[in-house]
Every structure is written in structure tokens, then in C-alpha cells.
Design a protein around this ligand. Structure first.
Ligand code: XUL
Ligand code: CO
Length: 445
């Protein structure tokens, strides 16, 4: 780590050391057991494979309020105000935290870093006041912006949607939000720009013109792309699918739904996807299914690394801990050639009764190590090549004869009928060997 990255900006984490790699046998809970940033795995440093980011919203703006009660997390650095002064002071705590974890990136919404003002002009001014300080802290620490985004879901004006609101003034308001955040993202060297749908969706068709709302969303993305081009913002646009919550029917339900939308509006070359584990669960899909849908369609952009709870149907946003699932996900990411502009953003929060500052570290350390261990396992599996070979062999009938004619486009229904009539019956199927493969997979863990 560069010496500059070890500086402490505040006194709030005095009792926490800079988290270092100590290896799998370490019994120090404030160390990494699997994440060794500069170690080369499968031809690349671990930090460059994983590109991990701290999210501003859960870790620094979340108080753990829920619908049954107020926030329980009292942070010593907060003065209780939602002022620009506090926003600027908070940035130093954030960078102190990220550098102690030794992670290379962070992500934020406009409203995470700066409060709304008395009017929109003041709101924009507030955002720039904080962005300037963020830029200084990025320069001082080497921490970079993985992605920026705009919060177009919290304020009551967005209660019926943002770009899909029936109120055109809200659409215009959102144009200001994204325009400013694209400028800020460019200013801070953001490597991506994320659109999570927020309240883009509906609760009942009795009040909703889905066709118009969809067209409005398409138009909004084109305006965003035009503006990014105009200012020379080179970051990758990403849509983050989510099936439900807050609306019943979210327009960005899952990867396949987003792909259909992108193709319908000619945006498939402009926008990739940011896949979140917990959102995949809400869609009733495996996280890895969503990743592979993206991979085979060339839109695997980035990942919101968290986990849901298989027993309930909401967005619990817990820190990832299942290194076997991370390993399977990393296999897909490696197959994709790794991340380019994307990375792993910990869109995760500590539980309502994990009150201490130390818990913020334990959550991140657990997530970092789950993914680092997953990467190590995935690299072993890829190198051994046994699973790849099994899959390749399973389709061997398409590498020759009639199968090859099907894949090359030479076969027709007539030619295939002639072939199979002559044979009289299809060749027997080989076993798909799921149990063998699951056992093989486990043997690398
Ligand atoms: C909401 C969610 C968001 C996005 C960014 O479920 O995941 O925090 O990641 O807007
Ligand atoms: Co997310």
C-alpha cells in the first residue's frame, strides 16, 4: 500500500488497525484471511480482479431505521444536522474508513454526499461543494470512484416515479439530477454511472399507462447518453435490475427484462447491467443465473455484492458471506474476461443491532474475504479445467455430423427429418452428473 493511503484523517477509527492480510490461519478478526491485494491470482493482482468498493449510503448515511422503529446506529462524527458543513466533515470519515480497509473504490448517490438546498440551484451548489472535497480526498488517498448515481426515489416528488412519473416536471427535475451527477462523475473520474430504477415501476394498471412510461424511460436514457457524449464522460452506463420493492412491478425486473428494454430502445450498445445478489433473489433467480444471462449477452458490467435471506422476500442487503456462491460467480466473471470498468460494490448494511463502529469493519472484512476466497477457488477450478471440459463434452454431438450442420446453419427441417428417419431413434442421453459435479466443485473449496 502506498504510504499516503495509510494516513488517518479522523480519530473515529483510532482503535481499528489498518486491515492487513494475515492468511487463513490468523485468529485476528480485524485482518484479511483471503484477500491479499497485491497477490497475483490467474495472471492479475487480487485487487484488480475484485475492484472492491465501499458504498456511501448504507455505511455512512444508514441509521438502521425500519418501519417498526427509528435508527439505532449512533455515529460519533454526526452532529445531527443535514448541513453542507456536516457533509464536508463526513467525507473525511468516509475516506479514513476506506483507507483502513485498503479498498480501492467507493460509490455514492448525489444525496448521500450532499443535502438538498432551499431550491434546486442551491441543491446543485451543495453537491459541487462536497464534490470538490471528494476530489481532494481521492487525490490524497488514491481511492477512486467506481460509480456515481442520483437518488431519484427518496424525496416525495419521486413517489410516482422519476423518468416514468406521470408528471413531466418530475422528468425534467430528474434530467437536472442526472446531468449534474454526470458532470460530477466526470469531475471525479468515475468509471461507471449507475441507474437503479428506484420507483420506476407501478402498483396498479388501473392508473398506469405502461407504454408511455416505458417510452419516457427510453427517451431519458438516450438524453443521458447524448449528454455524456457531449461532455466527454467515458464511464460505462449501467442499469441495476430489481424485481420489486419499492413498487410491486419494477420495470427493471431482472437481467432478461432489462435486455429486452435496451434492445427495444436501441440502447444495447450503450448500457450494461449491474447485478445485485439480493435483487436476483427477489426476481426468483439465482445470482449466477443473472450474471450468466449478462455474460452471454455481452452486458456484464458490474456487481452489487451483498446477500439476501433465502427465507424472506425483501432486500435485506447483508454482507456477503457465502464464499461458495462467490466462487461460482467469480467463475462466470473470469469467463467474461474479468471486470473492465466494473467491480464489486458492497451494497450492504450492518444489522440494526450491530451498533458499533467495529461492526462496520467486520461486515466489510467478511464480504471482502468471501469474494477473495471465491476468487481463489474459481481460479483453481478454471485452471483445472475439469468442469469446463465436462460442459464441452456434454455438447460434443454438436461438434460433428448433424449437430455441426445445425450450428453452422446448414441444416433444415427436411434434412434433419431425413437423418432421424434413417436412424429411427435418437442416440441415448449421457448422464448430466449433477451430483458428481457438485462434489467436484466442493473439492476445490
Ligand atoms: C436499492 C439499491 C440501490 C442501488 C443504487 O435496492 O440496490 O442502492 O444500488 O441506487
Ligand atoms: Co444495489
Amino acid at each position: 500500500m502506498k504510504p499516503a493511503a495509510r494516513q488517518s484523517f479522523t480519530k473515529h477509527f483510532e482503535k481499528i488497525p489498518h486491515i492487513a492480510y494475515e492468511g487463513a490461519d490468523s485468529d485476528n478478526p480485524l485482518s484479511y484471511r483471503w484477500y491479499n491485494a497485491d497477490e497475483v491470482i490467474a495472471g492479475k493482482k487480487m485487487k484488480d480482479h475484485l475492484r472492491m468498493a465501499v458504498c456511501y449510503w448504507h455505511t455512512f448515511r444508514g441509521t438502521a431505521l425500519d418501519i417498526f422503529g427509528p435508527g439505532t446506529l449512533v455515529r460519533a462524527w454526526e452532529d445531527g444536522s443535514n448541513s453542507v458543513d456536516m457533509a464536508v466533515k463526513r467525507t473525511e470519515v468516509v475516506f479514513d474508513f476506506i483507507t483502513r480497509l485498503g479498498l480501492p473504490f467507493y460509490c455514492f448517490h448525489d444525496r448521500d454526499v450532499a443535502p438538498e438546498g432551499a431550491n434546486l440551484t442551491e441543491t446543485n451548489k451543495n453537491l459541487w461543494a462536497v464534490a470538490k472535497r471528494l476530489k481532494e480526498l481521492q487525490a490524497a488517498t488514491g481511492v477512486k470512484l467506481l460509480w456515481g448515481t442520483a437518488n431519484m426515489f427518496s424525496h416525495p416528488r419521486f413517489s410516482q416515479g422519476a423518468a416514468t412519473s406521470p408528471n413531466a416536471d418530475v422528468f425534467a427535475y430528474c434530467a437536472n439530477s442526472v446531468k449534474e451527477m454526470l458532470d460530477v462523475s466526470k469531475f471525479l473520474g468515475g468509471e461507471n454511472y449507475v441507474f437503479w430504477g428506484g420507483r420506476e415501476g407501478y402498483n396498479t394498471l388501473l392508473n398506469t399507462d405502461m407504454a408511455r412510461e416505458s417510452d419516457h424511460a427510453g427517451a431519458f436514457f438516450h438524453m443521458a447518453a447524448d449528454y455524456a457524449k457531449k461532455i466527454g464522460f467515458k464511464g460505462q452506463f449501467l442499469i441495476e435490475p430489481k424485481a420489486m420493492e419499492p413498487t410491486k412491478h419494477q420495470y427493471d425486473f431482472d437481467a432478461a427484462t432489462c435486455l429486452a428494454f435496451l434492445r427495444r430502445y436501441g440502447l444495447e450498445k450503450t448500457i450494461k447491467l449491474n447485478i445485485e445478489q439480493n435483487h436476483a433473489l427477489l426476481a426468483g433467480k439465482d445470482f449466477c443465473h443473472e450474471l450468466d444471462v449478462c455474460r452471454i449477452n455481452g452486458v456484464l458490467g458490474s456487481v452489487d455484492a451483498n446477500r439476501g435471506d433465502a427465507m424472506n422476500g425483501w432486500d435485506t442487503d447483508q454482507f456477503p458471506n457465502d464464499y461458495r456462491e462467490c466462487a461460482q460467480a467469480m467463475l462466470i466473471i473470469l469467463k467474461n474476461g474479468g471486470f473492465t470498468s466494473g467491480g464489486l460494490n458492497f451494497d450492504a448494511k450492518v444489522r440494526r443491532d450491530s451498533y458499533d463502529v467495529e461492526d462496520m469493519f467486520h461486515g466489510h472484512i467478511c464480504g471482502v474475504d468471501a469474494w477473495a476466497r471465491g476468487l481463489r477457488i474459481a481460479a483453481k477450478i478454471a485452471k483445472a479445467g475439469k468442469i469446463d471440459k465436462f460442459i464441452k463434452d456434454r455438447y460434443a454431438s454438436y461438434d460433428k455430423g448433424v449437430g455441426k450442420e445445425i450450428e453452422s446453419g446448414k441444416a433444415t427441417f427436411e434434412s434433419l427429418q431425413e437423418y432421424i428417419l434413417k436412424k429411427g431413434e435418437a442416440a441415448g442421453n449421457a448422464s448430466a452428473r449433477q451430483e458428481y459435479l457438485e462434489n467436484l466443485f466442493n473439492s476445490y473449496c
